[in-house]
Ligand binder design. Sequence first.
Ligand SMILES: *Cc1c(COP(=O)(O)O)cnc(C)c1O
Length: 392
Amino acid sequence: MPRHIQTTLLDPTPRAPGGFRSLATATHRGSTTLFASAREVRDDWCPERVPYAYGLHGTPTSLELAARVAQLEGAEHCFITPGGQAAIALVYFAFCGAGDHVLVPQSAYGPNNDLARDLLARLGIAVQTYDPMIGAEIATLIRPNTTLIWCESPGSATMEIQDVPAIAEVARAAGVVLALDNTYASGVFFDAYAHGVDVSIQALTKYIGGHSDLLLGSVSTCSDVHYQALGQARSLLGMAVSPDDCSLALRGLQTLWVRLAQLQASTLQVAHWLKARPEVERVLHPALPDCPGHGVWLRDFTGSTSVFSVVFRPTLAGEALLDFIDRLNLFHLGYSWGGVTSLVAPHFNLNRDVRQYGDRLVRFNIGLEHVDDLIADLEHAFSQADNHGDGQ
Ligand SMILES: *Cc1c(COP(=O)(O)O)cnc(C)c1O
């Protein structure tokens, strides 16, 4: 009996001719992925054992992105996560359990520290913060139950460059996993694995996505043992990613080099211009000597990117500084960075024991606008501040 068209319409067998080749990676959608025979049905997150068991574990689109990020970072393995913060959470779940102790720099991305103080504390994981400039002295903080050390270099907002090789040496001697948040360098300007890191994470949301229109993260490693721990945890946590977002990130990778080159040049120009202003006390840009750890940056990094902070003098602080920010037209106010648009955000009263800049620290992200227009915008906002209170 011929089948009803209702049934025929559901037959997944392709009708279109095969052999299509395009320069774009196809966007493969799928929760269910099909097995060829009953004996092959098996749930396993690991593509080396079962290439496609379930959409959660990977599609050709997400595994393509993972392979390319691994290649970029010089890693053996990479997992794509729903965002950078999810990548951070995955590292904790892979390497920490109740009773364990973790070291996190005070300059870490804020939600990393928040996760530690809130959820991880409830699960019995003790997270201790440390001065990011500690270097080899971190050995004094390691306890018998320390299982994980985080580095983030440069740090968020206060931009300290960490001596990652010195910390890596201590971590290796103590048998502790060293994880690095490598978002700033985007896997391009800092070689995590050559500097002794075990696990490198990125917010792909920033430079790899590159256009402020997606949220994704990555966790990569050279170690087969860490790969198994991360894969197991990612699967159990159900960290699924959208193939559409992965497709956008793959497109972003194609222009990563040219964007970073332009962003580096424009950002250095703006940073040097700001450094020469009388209202500015310090420019916390890794390539400028004001930045804590500048010498380490010169030694370990091959470039700089688009985000940096400015510490203003007390004459342009607090309310006056907020007014200055509001007078900017090309710098938009918002979180995140690494896209094509310039951004600005005040970071007042950060939770830090050291290098606490009070109500004088502002973070800038330089985009792809013409640098002369950005400088003119800053100059205009400064000139209005100078006139302020001059009377009639
Ligand atoms: C933005 C950011 C993250 C978090 O990334 P999301 O994709 O926004 O979750 C993590 N680390 C650093 C250093 C970041 O700047």
